[in-house]
Design a protein around this ligand. Structure first.
Ligand SMILES: CCc1ccc([C@H](C)CC(=O)N[C@@H]2O[C@H](CO)[C@@H](O)[C@H](O)[C@H]2O)cc1
Length: 817
């Protein structure tokens, strides 16, 4: 990688100050001395962007002229986080920017604070996409990220008086944003509806409405690679913006209906991250960005060609389908190849299956999208025809392989039912080259359970690529103190592009002065978080407590309920006098979690956590020993502040439910110890950091399966463990709802009757491991040693490594030659 080509490496602080001043004067007509932080932020972003243009254009032309297969990452979500700090780091402009701000008399943190976080994603899947485009650029790979520029991202979460979640629109664009460039010249027409007519032996789609897809381009600078790729996010616009005739008939609303209708497609992100709502608008969103992206890619690699030879397409680009959300792309490419470029079925199919690959990010059956065939037929009649033909040929192939009718019915892409459904995960598996899970256990369960029939017949398609996270944002930027200590310990900062070099820290785990410095780093990070939490949430957090964090989307399989029941049990033990609060290891339990607006049980859990916090934090009997904090509106910024300060990370999902997790990786890399089950990537984290440096508890997948098959009676566990009984009785009795016994009735009833994710069955083991954790924490140097070993052995969880796995196993390409 050519490090010297860092776009910003030649600009001085003084030069940068001049450019920013110019931008303020000419771009925003304000004198630097009069400028607000928001104005300086915008000017800085514009200047940094300009620094990247040359490398960007070089990368674009190399990609088109070169012979290196590019990667197209198709994702309905990108959880990008704030852009300015990352752009400064990757372009080598951090120090010049600090100097420039000093020269202009501004506090860099005030400028960073002015940026609105682009929340164009829900959780793990969206953040992973953001980490992967950072690593693709950092590894010098020619790539496009394709997605949707939602006008409103993930909702802003607020808590009302009762501690209930309230959702507010995410107005991240209300003052515009400086990073996206509306590239009108590359707008695409995306059609919907209508019908299909036969013209000779050809099928022609005659849609009855269309929208304009306008690409908003974001530069994606690599870290010290000199490569700048494109994140192309599509926004929907009307062809006929304003109907003057209707307006003149004083039907003012009617005049803008076409505009509103069209723009609705990219208006807002669907806030679900597990259960698809199956809404038509969601399918419109999926087809909208995928159709625009495929047309754009063909135009990019065959510029101006009327009859492009698309048999070469697989050598030019391959597309990664980020879960089932972009899978409509498979029939769309078939349509483009056959109907618009005249290829026959077989040739079109051969091209299509060599272009697409599918990553599955879940194990929850309900999260696998199944679109009603009627809906697809209505919105995309030609695609419905093609899907039926794909399925017909697939079934014929299975019959030719002597597969039983019963198994064929299980494998059909289109279900045999009076209301047939299109199983998008099956379409992705049949219509692409590779299928991968996101952690070894997940990929194994995909082969053994979720896609069992397919892996039996097409074993060569199935592989694994364990998730990763970018060390630039989640170590270097989030935790500069630890980064400096690591570079000191390793003698260089090369680890930032080669994270497995962290292994070199293992020896320092027994070096008392290094351990001292490590403890000091964590202590200072905790102090920072205390100040941040006071400033942003008004929380008074005691830094001399163990910071015990659980930050992730609220979902029953992630078992935030297990954590809060353990807190309540601890509290009950003190209230009943069984436990002397002074004997406890002082703890601050910190939650961060948004619930999908329609997910009632998740929202009731949020209300319970907030009210347990209210009661516990105001009870002098446990003051200093136990407190619960639930900062609202958990987002990337909160994660970046809390992860470096955390000492214990909660990864307590029911075994076999969390596909991978990526928060677990971020915490381990920042020197937290993990308490967790053998689920998702926890398995690989534990095997790399060592069993002594990981707090394992709970049932494993096979135990869970056995309990399901034997019949699970949660009440038996309630009866068997008095700690659990006390905790649930406290909830049921109204202790956290001012005596109102009905407030958490749904939760309590579910725990004692269903408890599908077996929170009660794992409760005792969880309580026991928490006592072990308390003991371990009393030995601060021992704890720090374990934490250092976690950091040293977590280099594998870099998204650079994950991207290299995809390059080797699935994309079969590499850095731009
Ligand atoms: C259609 C509704 C919907 C929306 C999003 C999703 C995502 C697949 C949910 C998600 O974010 N999954 C998470 O993906 C991470 C990245 O691979 C994993 O680390 C998490 O374990 C997984 O829950 C499913 C269903």
């Amino acid at each position: 990688l050519d490090y010297t080509a860092r776009p910003g490496s030649t600009v001085s602080g003084h030069e940068l100050a001049n450019q920013i001043s110019q931008e303020l004067r000419l771009g925003q007509e304000v004198e630097p001395s009069q400028a607000t932080s928001a104005q300086v932020y915008k000017a800085s972003a514009a200047v940094v962007r300009r620094q990247m243009v040359e490398a960007w254009q070089r990368g674009q032309s190399q990609m088109v002229q070169g012979h290196t297969r590019a990667v197209g990452y198709l994702s309905a979500e990108y959880l990008l986080g704030k852009q300015l700090p990352n752009a400064l780091l990757n372009t080598g402009l951090e120090a010049p920017f600090q100097q420039a701000m000093q020269e202009l008399g501004f506090e860099p943190d005030d400028i960073f604070a002015a940026e609105r976080e682009p929340g164009l994603g829900n959780g793990g899947l969206g953040r992973l996409a953001a980490c992967y485009i950072d690593s693709l650029s950092s590894e010098g790979v020619p790539a496009f990220g394709y997605g949707i520029r939602y006008q409103y991202g993930i909702f802003e979460q607020a808590f009302d008086q009762e501690g209930r979640q309230r959702e507010l629109a995410d107005t991240w664009l209300e003052e515009g944003e400086p990073w996206g460039f509306e590239n009108f010249g590359r707008a695409r027409r995306v059609s919907f509806g209508g019908s299909v007519v036969a013209e000779g032996d050809r099928r022609t789609w005659q849609p009855d409405w269309a929208v304009k897809a306008v690409p908003v381009d974001y530069m994606v600078p690599g870290y010290a690679s000199g490569r700048v790729n494109t994140l192309r996010l599509w926004e929907a616009k009307a062809y006929q913006e304003f109907d003057l005739a209707t307006f003149n008939q004083s039907d003012y609303i009617g005049a803008v209906v076409p505009k509103v209708k069209a723009e609705t497609i990219s208006k807002v992100l669907y806030p679900e991250d597990s259960t698809p709502q199956g809404k038509e608008l969601r399918l419109e969103q999926q087809y909208f960005f995928v159709a625009a992206s495929l047309a754009d890619a063909i135009a990019t690699f065959y510029p101006g060609e009327r009859e492009p030879d698309l048999t070469t397409l697989p050598s030019k680009i391959c597309f990664q389908l980020n879960d089932t959300h972009p899978v409509i792309g498979i029939p769309e490419l078939m349509r483009l190849l056959m109907d618009e470029h005249g290829y026959g079925w077989d040739e079109a199919w051969s091209i299509t299956t060599r272009v697409f690959n599918y990553t599955c990010h879940t194990l929850l059956p309900e999260a696998l999208e199944e679109w009603p065939a009627q809906l697809i037929a209505h919105l995309l009649p030609r695609h419905w025809e093609i899907i039926q033909e794909i399925d017909r040929r697939f079934v014929a192939d299975l019959q030719a392989r002597q597969v039983s009718d019963e198994q064929i019915d299980r494998m059909r892409i289109v279900t045999k039912a009076d209301q047939p459904k299109v199983r998008m995960a099956y379409l992705a598996t049949v219509g692409g080259s590779y299928v991968n899970g996101v952690a070894e256990l997940h990929s194994q369960l995909l082969k053994d359970v979720t896609l069992k029939d397919f892996s039996a017949l097409f074993p060569e398609k199935f592989t694994n690529v364990t998730n990763g996270v970018t060390p630039r944002r989640f170590v270097r930027l989030a935790n500069p103190r630890l980064s400096a200590l690591i570079s000191e310990g390793l003698g260089s900062d090369a680890w930032l592009s080669d994270l497995e070099q962290l292994k070199g820290l293992e020896a320092l785990a027994d070096d008392p002065s290094f351990v001292d410095k490590f403890i000091e780093v964590k202590r200072a990070n905790k102090a920072d978080f205390v100040a941040f939490a006071q400033r942003k949430y008004g929380f008074e957090i005691d830094p001399d407590t163990m910071f015990d964090s659980m930050i992730k989307r609220l979902h029953e399989y992630k078992r935030q309920s297990l954590k809060i029941l353990a807190v309540i049990a601890q509290y009950a033990a003190v209230k009943s006098g069984q436990v002397d609060p002074r004997s406890l290891v002082p703890r601050t339990v910190i939650f961060g979690a948004k619930a999908a607006p329609g997910y009632a049980m998740a929202k009731e859990t949020i209300q319970l956590i907030n009210n347990v916090a209210r009661v516990v934090n105001n009870d002098p009997q446990v003051a200093g020993a136990l407190s619960v904090r639930f900062p609202w509106n958990y987002n990337i910024e909160l994660a970046e502040h809390l992860i470096p300060a955390t000492e214990l990370d909660e990864q307590i999902s029911q075994a076999g439910k969390e596909a991978s997790g990526t928060g677990n990786m971020k915490f381990a890399l920042n020197g937290s110890l993990t308490v967790g089950t053998l689920d998702g990537a926890n398995v690989e984290i534990r095997s790399r950091v060592g069993a002594d440096n990981f707090f394992l508890f709970g049932m494993q997948v096979e135990d869970v399966d056995r309990l399901y098959s034997e019949g699970y009676d949660p009440r038996a566990y309630y009866e068997a463990d008095p700690r659990l009984k006390a905790a649930i009785d406290m909830v049921a009795s109204g202790s956290f709802s001012e005596g109102e016994r009905s407030t958490y009735r749904n939760l309590v009833e579910d725990w004692l009757s269903k408890d599908y994710f077996m929170t009660l069955a794992d409760f005792s083991a969880y309580m026991d491991i928490q006592s072990e954790i308390d003991e371990a924490y009393r030995d601060q140097r021992g704890w720090a040693r374990k934490a250092i070993i976690n950091v040293a052995n977590s280099g594998f969880f870099s998204s650079d490594r994950a991207v290299k796995d995809y390059l080797e196993r699935i994309w079969h390409t590499g850095p731009q030659e």
